[in-house]
Design a protein around this ligand. Structure first.
Ligand SMILES: *[C@@H]1O[C@H](CO)[C@@H](O)[C@H](O)[C@H]1NC(C)=O
Ligand SMILES: *[C@@H]1O[C@H](CO)[C@@H](O)[C@H](O)[C@H]1NC(C)=O
Ligand SMILES: *[C@@H]1O[C@H](CO)[C@@H](O)[C@H](O)[C@H]1NC(C)=O
Ligand SMILES: *[C@@H]1O[C@H](CO)[C@@H](O)[C@H](O)[C@H]1NC(C)=O
Ligand SMILES: *[C@@H]1O[C@H](CO)[C@@H](O)[C@H](O)[C@H]1NC(C)=O
Length: 946
């Protein structure tokens, strides 16, 4: 009763103070007036000031239903200000369009707006959203909240009350600061057709409740932070899908075979995830408009795609040409990986189309065929694939001490050359097929087999305990790894003592350090290098092109290739072990290298390092190589055997971000190493001397790419199978850039093999002052963490454009690492330290802070406090994948115009930044697909064809 009186009084009051009696509900009028009053620029509304009848007099932008306000449409007016907090008392509101203004402050609750059908609140500056906002929105059909940074650092998530909006069809909330996992209830919203949640901080999997949703557009791309993960199997049940964007996350697993069920799909973007396995035929056969598969770990052949636009660079395809089958051995091995769930360590190492070439972890070959699978203690899960039965030369399968389950495939008994099968310490189930008596079978330590009569014992195989205690991790001496193993076993050590000046973060001191050089003794080589050599490239259109070096032997004129593809004779008299050939480790005649470098002429000089001078060499057909000529005395003739065995090891280290060693040459005092040629030279040149070389300064994007490339290369070095390689001399002059400005780490002259297990050796002090980890500088003790320190210093150089050590700088900033530690946590000082050549064209402050933090961690004083390189990769990868330049022209300040088709977004980046970005590489300036994508091909392309 009292309320009613009050309301009447209020209405009367309003009526009295107004000029006349209007047809508009006075409550609604009051809210409109509050709305106007709160604005900084109300004049833009053009609402008459002395008028109280928006409905009767039809104020601009206001629509009524009788006396009640039903719509306010002010999109793009440039309005600034908050909304009145009692906004939800406009209870007849059905359609509100406030998008693309600068409304700020907390969003009022919309609780109880039961007639509201359309709510466009997107692209404003609202700062928070109340928890009861979504309550009672019974008629809601479209809700757009994109581009409002709601609820600050904690972010927010749709509350369950939203599920009562049963008619909701379009829910878009891109870059609206959602955080955490997607709630299950979204899956039960059966009208939902558009769900666009790009650019948030979503994590976790796509909920199982999403099964069968009728979404046409489903966008989850570019989640910041951890991103979304898990398999995408559930999307194949969303058969209405037209556009599916999942790029820039951590989704994993294979693409489900039934992806072809999505018969309406036009746009599929999976770029920058962790997908593995083969591309299913059903995907290749889909008539998509756009298909983006870049930057995953897809393997096997590139199928012929029906999509009108497709890109797939930076994967692990065996070949890059569409529709060309992989070698049968490769397919068998991929299936083997598939049965084990594609373990990432092997996926990243098993690249290319020849398991006998390059770093196929855990495999050894004989005569170009896989003869040994050696993967003990690899944490392998899953089952054994019958596909191994197709590797007819397999002699040894060593898979002991993993978590493999299932049965031993019966067709493995058909492996004629098999002599050893060690599956001990797994979880294999019976029955065990009957192998021939020549097979040594070890199945001890498999709980499901234990106690059962194993056929192996019938045929006199070793007892389980025998096999467990034998040194089974040792590959057979016939294998390629034999060299590496032999070299770590029989060490001849020479103790050299010298005085080395040391600069470290904490001390500048002179420390005398006894230098122990562990030198490795190789098996005897008999004979010398062949007397003549012809170098010619393979088919230049083959992107997998390695320089093919044919060695001609004087005595019998037989020739063979180093690429290992042919099955011709590899048995050179006078050329030593066949595995030397198989691993592509090449002896090259000095005369040839003299000729191709124009007799080591100074105009061919590429650079000088601690070990000697590097020359450009040009083969007859124009193929370029880099020849490092060691200074005489660096390798004495006494140390020659060791030098050669070191080369044997180094030439096997192949990775797309490591400069490949292609061969070597020894004659008299000449010691020459042949490397792939990197056209843009050292990173240091581009960072510190770009002006004098008249180069463009490196953009931030390129720097991020370079940092990631280096991190990936170093991660690979550090995590090689049984050994860990430590670079010891990582610095920006040892980081080389190819013509696409992608980086590779070079100079393994100092890399030594760390012993198995204990990864610390007291060793010769390598490394260059300024990059040296303190513990390495002071004690000479080295672990992979010394490389991490150096990497951190390189990051600082990328960020500041300052050299690691520069005595011309003031005392406190001479040593970059020490100085950087002082400034890195002060944002202002940090920003002031950013390389001025980066200009202000790019909005980089956020990634700067991340890089600075990473650089700090990497250079922590205690080695144990430093992350490993894998962490650096994890930090850098999302920056590279997600970072884009701000395009000043887009009206949407988020900087990403999601409404554009993908190819136009890509073109935008291209125009603003040049075409160096790997995602962009795929499209030439006309937007068409070049016939030869880059990406994986880089990993084995040694030299540019022209
Ligand atoms: C709105 O937010 C954008 C981007 O965060 C900012 O540039 C702009 O200054 C803000 N406007 C107002 C009025 O706060
Ligand atoms: C957003 O933050 C406000 C206040 O900061 C809080 O009251 C509200 O519950 C949050 N919204 C959601 C949806 O969590
Ligand atoms: C809902 O989203 C679809 C697809 O983006 C769009 O075509 C449609 O116009 C949207 N509906 C409304 C009312 O905005
Ligand atoms: C095997 O499974 C375990 C537990 O799920 C997991 O931690 C491990 O990474 C898996 N191994 C591989 C090689 O994927
Ligand atoms: C082994 O079995 C698999 C699957 O059953 C088959 O694909 C493969 O051809 C077989 N290999 C041999 C050599 O029998």
């Amino acid at each position: 009763m009292g309320d009613l009186k009050k309301e009447l009084a209020l209405a009367l009051l309003l009526a009295v103070i107004s000029v006349g009696f209007g047809a508009t509900d006075p409550h609604d009028l009051a809210i409109l007036n509050d709305f106007r009053k709160g604005l900084e620029n109300p004049e833009l509304l053009k609402w008459p000031s002395k008028d109280d009848d928006p409905c009767g007099n039809k104020w601009p932008c206001v629509f009524c239903d009788g006396s009640r306000v039903s719509q306010i449409q002010v999109q793009g007016f440039g309005l600034k200000g908050p909304l009145p907090q009692n906004f939800n008392q406009l209870s007849m509101l059905s359609n509100i369009g406030l998008q693309k203004n600068q409304f700020y402050g907390p969003l009022p609750s919309f609780n109880g707006l039961k007639n509201l059908q359309y709510a466009f609140l997107n692209y404003n500056n609202f700062t928070s959203i109340p928890a009861d906002f979504f309550t009672g929105l019974d008629s809601l059909e479209v809700l757009a909240l994109d581009g409002n940074n709601l609820n600050g650092s904690s972010g927010w998530m749709f509350p369950p009350a939203l599920s009562n909006s049963a008619q909701l069809t379009n829910l878009t909330c891109m870059s609206c600061n959602l955080a955490g996992p997607l709630p299950d209830f979204l899956g039960s919203m059966s009208s939902l057709s558009v769900l666009s949640l790009s650019g948030n901080r979503l994590t976790g999997r796509i909920p199982a409740s999403f099964k069968g949703m009728v979404l046409t557009k489903f966008w989850l791309n570019n989640q910041m932070g951890d991103g979304m993960s898990g398999s995408i199997d559930v999307v194949t049940t969303m058969t209405s899908l037209n556009s599916l964007w999942l790029h820039g996350n951590h989704f994993s697993g294979t693409i489900p075979d039934n992806i072809g069920d999505l018969s309406l799909l036009q746009d599929l973007n999976l770029n920058g995830n962790e997908f593995v396995g083969l591309i299913p035929k059903s995907l290749a056969d889909m008539s998509l408009r756009n298909l983006d598969l870049n930057n995953n770990n897809f393997m096997g052949p590139v199928p012929k795609f029906k999509a009108s636009k497709v890109s797939y660079s930076s994967n692990q395809f065996c070949l890059t040409e569409e529709g060309v089958a992989c070698a049968p051995q490769v397919m068998a091995l991929i299936e083997f990986l598939g049965a084990m769930g594609y373990p990432s360590r092997l996926v990243s190492a098993w690249t290319g189309n020849d398991p006998c070439e390059g770093p196929w972890l855990g495999l050894n070959c004989r005569s170009g065929d896989v003869s040994v699978i050696n993967l003990p203690k690899f944490d392998l899960n899953g089952t054994l694939s019958p596909s191994l039965a197709d590797l007819i030369s397999l002699a040894e399968i060593r898979l002991q001490d993993n978590h493999l389950s299932g049965t031993i495939p019966s067709n493995w008994t058909g492996l004629k050359s098999l002599s050893l099968l060690d599956l001990s310490g797994n979880n294999i189930s019976p029955p065990v097929p009957r192998f021939s008596s020549t097979v040594k079978l070890s199945t001890g330590g498999n709980p499901l087999l234990d106690g059962k009569q194993s056929p192996s014992s019938e045929i006199g195989g070793p007892s389980p305990s025998d096999s467990r205690s034998s040194p089974t991790t040792e590959p057979s001496p016939s294998s390629g790894n034999g060299v590496r193993q032999a070299s770590t076993r029989s060490k001849a050590s020479i103790i050299v003592s010298t005085v080395v000046p040391v600069v470290s973060v904490v001390v500048v001191a002179f420390v005398a350090i006894p230098l122990s050089i562990y030198l490795c003794k190789k098996r005897k080589r008999n004979g010398q290098a062949p007397s003549s050599l012809v170098v010619h490239p393979r088919d230049p259109s083959d992107p997998n092109n390695l320089v093919k070096i044919v060695v001609a032997n004087n005595t019998n004129n037989s020739t063979s290739t180093a690429s290992g593809s042919g099955s011709g004779s590899r048995n050179y008299s006078g050329f030593g072990d066949s595995h030397v050939i198989e691993t592509g480790n090449l002896v090259i005649s000095v005369q040839v290298l003299r000729n191709v470098t124009n007799n080591f002429s100074s105009e061919n000089e590429l650079g000088r390092g601690g070990f000697g001078v590097v020359y450009r060499g040009e083969l007859d057909d124009g193929t370029k190589i880099a020849v490092k000529r060691m200074e005489s005395g660096v390798i004495s003739s006494k140390a020659l055997d060791e030098f050669q065995s070191e080369i044997a090891v180094l030439s096997k280290v192949r990775h797309r971000h490591l400069v490949s060693l292609l061969g070597y040459s020894i004659a008299g005092n000449e010691r020459l190493l042949v490397y792939e040629y990197m056209s843009e030279g050292a990173l240091s040149k581009h960072l510190f001397h770009w002006e004098s070389f008249k180069l463009e300064p490196l953009s931030w994007k390129r720097r991020l790419n370079i940092a990631l490339d280096v991190a990936r290369g170093m991660e690979y070095l550090h995590s090689l199978a049984h050994q860990s390689f430590i670079h010891r001399d990582l610095k920006s002059s040892n980081i080389l850039l190819g013509d696409d400005f992608r980086a590779k780490v070079s100079d393994f002259g100092l890399v030594k093999l760390a012993p198995d297990g204990e990864r610390s050796v007291v060793t010769r002090l390598a490394g260059t002052f300024g990059y040296l980890a303190p513990e390495y500088a002071v004690t000479g003790k080295i672990t992979t963490k010394a490389d991490v320190f150096s990497f951190g210093v390189v990051l600082m150089e990328l960020l500041t454009g300052l050299m690691a050590l520069d005595e011309d700088r003031s005392e406190e900033s001479q040593y970059l690492a020490a100085w950087f530690w002082h400034i890195k946590s002060d944002k202002e000082k940090l920003m002031a330290a950013v390389d001025p050549s980066l200009g202000c064209k790019e909005d980089i402050s956020e990634s700067i802070c991340i890089i600075a933090e990473l650089a700090g961690h990497c250079t922590a004083r205690e080695p144990t406090q430093r992350p490993d390189m894998g962490h650096a990769v994890n930090v850098l990868a999302p920056l590279v994948e997600k970072w884009k330049p701000i395009d000043d022209d887009t009206e949407e300040y988020s900087g990403i115009d999601y409404s554009l088709p993908l190819n136009q977004m890509v073109k935008g980046w291209q125009e603003s930044e040049g075409s160096d970005f790997s995602y962009v590489d795929l499209q030439d300036s006309k937007g068409s697909i070049p016939s030869r994508p880059t990406g994986f091909a880089d990993s084995f392309t040694s030299v540019d064809g022209r």
